[in-house]
Design a binder for this molecule. Sequence first.
Ligand code: ZN
Length: 201
Amino acid sequence: MGASQRNLPAINEMAMVGGRLCLDFINTTNWLDMDSVDDRLTDFSQVLAWGVRVGLIRFPGEADSLDPTNRKTDPRMARLHQFRYMLRQLFVSAQPPDPATLALFNQCLRQTGGLVMTVTEKDLNFVCRSHDLSWIEAPVAYSAAELLISPLKKRIKQCPGPRCGWLFLDSSPNNRRRWCSMATCGNKHKARQFYGRKKER
Ligand SMILES: [Zn+2]
């Protein structure tokens, strides 16, 4: 079932709880083990909406210049999905990545050579201006590389909610965060426990 059929929030409303750009990108879909379910990135207009949401696209009209087509069968979608799957593998697998995965990651990482600091209205922004996928792959790969080699890597957790599987960086002082969000998976869990106890009585 697609995201819209299950009334899941779309890109514009969905929670951003990963704590890092790369984790929020991985969380643009839910996961059932290693399979993507309830994907929010199913066509390129959603990719652009995500880019706007996280600040990778900041100028009016910029999205149009990055994608004039918005086709559902856009071959770039398959590549982005593969990139997202690979990133998640890198974070959740207990094994070191295989050479093919590492090669793909490094290919995306090389695009960070195109990242430039630019001045927007008041802020500095670290962006990649191009018409291929590097505007999204480069900053996300950079964020992933930084996190993968950081001591914070061991604070990355996977939400145990059914059909969730989101990744997040637990920055709570006692390292006891369990859910992607209390508003969604945490509350559903509490409700299940409550009705389970009711049934027993
Ligand atoms: Zn969750």
